[in-house]
Design a protein around this ligand. Structure first.
Ligand code: FES
Length: 168
């Protein structure tokens, strides 16, 4: 490995590199750890910057373009900064049929953002997601790690902190 490559990898912490190498050790080849490696770094940094992507690609011995393709395809890997909590609103058929569009509109009004945007206090980022697997209780969404379902446009706003409040 040349100095330039070493400098790229130093964009990651020792802990991140150790955890990625640990994942690789359980797999048949380094590239198979791509998603796990992206999740590890995102776990520490909240998102995957270009610098992080280049460093991870070096460790996995794959091209940056190839890894970026995986990161972009996998919709829970964020290639841009996101808020403290990502709101994943289900944008699939069962949720549409149960007035998901009205619920989503109420969320957008409450947070004063559209899909792909982050609230001005940095607390929430709103993103559409395909079926969350909770169709029996549509409409559904995730706020951070928490699943919320049977959503109603009249009271969905209560699930979010007021601007300026600390997230619970
Ligand atoms: S369609 Fe929304 S949870 Fe399945």
């Amino acid at each position: 490995m040349n100095l330039a490559e070493e400098n790229m990898i130093s964009a990651l912490s020792e802990q991140e590199i150790t955890e990625i190498e640990e994942e690789i050790s359980h797999l048949p080849n380094r590239q198979s750890a791509a998603i796990d490696a992206l999740k590890i770094v995102q776990g520490y940094r909240g998102w995957i910057s270009d610098e992080s992507l280049i460093a991870i690609a070096k460790i996995l011995q794959m091209s940056t373009e190839e890894l970026d393709g995986i990161a972009t395809f996998y919709n829970l890997i964020f290639r841009y900064p996101v808020g403290e909590k990502v709101v994943l609103f289900c944008d699939s058929v069962s949720c549409w049929l149960m007035d998901g569009d009205k619920v989503c509109a109420a969320i957008k009004r409450k947070l004063k953002i559209d899909y792909g945007e982050t609230t001005s206090d940095g607390k929430y980022t709103l993103l559409p997601v395909t079926c969350l697997g909770d169709c029996d209780h549509a409409p559904a969404m995730m706020i951070g790690e928490e699943l919320h379902h049977d959503l109603d446009a009249a009271n969905v706003a209560q699930l979010f902190d007021e601007p300026g409040e600390k997230a619970s």
